[in-house]
Design a protein around this ligand. Sequence first.
Ligand SMILES: O=C(O)C1=C[C@@H](OP(=O)(O)O)[C@@H](O)[C@H](O)C1
Ligand SMILES: C=C(OP(=O)(O)O)C(=O)O
Length: 447
Amino acid sequence: MTESAVHPALWPAPHATGAVDATVTVPGSKSVTNRALVLAALAAEPGWLRRPLRSRDTLLMAEALRSMGVGIEETVSSSSSVAGGPVGSGEAWRIIPNGLRGPATVDVGNAGTVMRFLPPVAALADGPIRFDGDPRSYERPLGAVITALRALGARIDDDGRGALPLTVFGGGALDGGRVEIDASSSSQFVSALLLSAPRFNQGVEVRHVGSTLPSLPHIRMTVDMLRAIGAQVDTPESGGEANVWRVTPGALLGRDLVVEPDLSNAQPFLAAALVTGGRVTVPDWPERTTQPGDALREIFTAMGGTYELTERGLTFTGTGSVHGIDWDLSEVGELTPGIAAVAALADSPSTLRGVAHLRLHETDRLAALTKEINGLGGDVTETADGLHIRPRPLHGGTFHTYDDHRMATAGSIIGLAVKGVEIENVETTAKTLPDFPAMWSDMLAGN
Ligand SMILES: O=C(O)C1=C[C@@H](OP(=O)(O)O)[C@@H](O)[C@H](O)C1
Ligand SMILES: C=C(OP(=O)(O)O)C(=O)O
């Protein structure tokens, strides 16, 4: 949780003078876009990705795959309808798989999906692939993936810390087989091994052996997307053993996929409806999804709002009061900063549990939320696996973000209700939502 060495300009978080009433079109899901890119790169034929998220994390993924030889053409599509529903004109990426090869250098930035999903892909490449990234990427856990890949036949050089930087010496193929992994610090370890596994000679059997496993919906997303592109996957839910996933080797199809809006990035806008007693509609909210953000319907309802899911999308309405909650967020950890921000404005205390692994996210999110909300006059304490939040009258001040997009959006939610909040480095939202400041102002202007 180190503060930025340089202090970029402060962004005065807009204060809401009344109830918001807006429709907010949210760009595509980071998690879906980056999985789709990996799967399309491993496929046996070209594929399309429509309405992909264009943000730092997804551009880093695309660039990394390109550097390994994959063709990714960015086009503006004028197609009026594709499988999955009408799309109108918009951005589309054509992905043309090719023989994966090194040498290449991959910049992972601070993207968990890039640093975890790509080393297995690199193991399939012909030649060395070096991985490097932001200083924080050196601290985020990766050791379990490195160890698992070595057990599956990969050659990897790292500096012995089980983290970046490292080089994967791809041999053009990987044996695969059975492997045990402790994924209690990130579900992305399991997703990483499963995503590339159809291309391993023996596929994979991954057994999670840790005490807890966070973000299960993200593992379900991996499995669903693998199946949709032609892979055979056995899971605990499909009658297999608990904590064991199996992927059979086989060719992947070229797909035409429309990316759903990022429901976790919809969070600050729904929160705005909740804390201002207003109304926000997010078009194209999927009826069925593995995205954890879908849980906001239930969580923000428990915090005092109501919602309607219609063909226009999800309309979330605040009632004017905001309540505290006692909630296990282990499945939906990435929603914690936004929930904590709303909880700090509630009429009763909250306990957020099950998210110890957030200490290893973009920053130590439990420490950062505690420090920044308390810096505005709040009363937050860290627990072993979460936060206790006792709402207090808050005052203005600087909200530091520690290069964490979700800290920036969390501070903005508080700024709606508290005058004089200034967000340090709001540009960090570019990780997954580059237009956030403009979208936020437009929402307040009722557009
Ligand atoms: O697989 C994914 O796309 C993600 C999984 C989760 O990671 P953790 O399991 O490390 O929390 C989530 O927090 C992250 O934002 C995205
Ligand atoms: C934890 C997150 O990202 P990453 O994919 O970098 O792990 C997040 O977006 O909240």
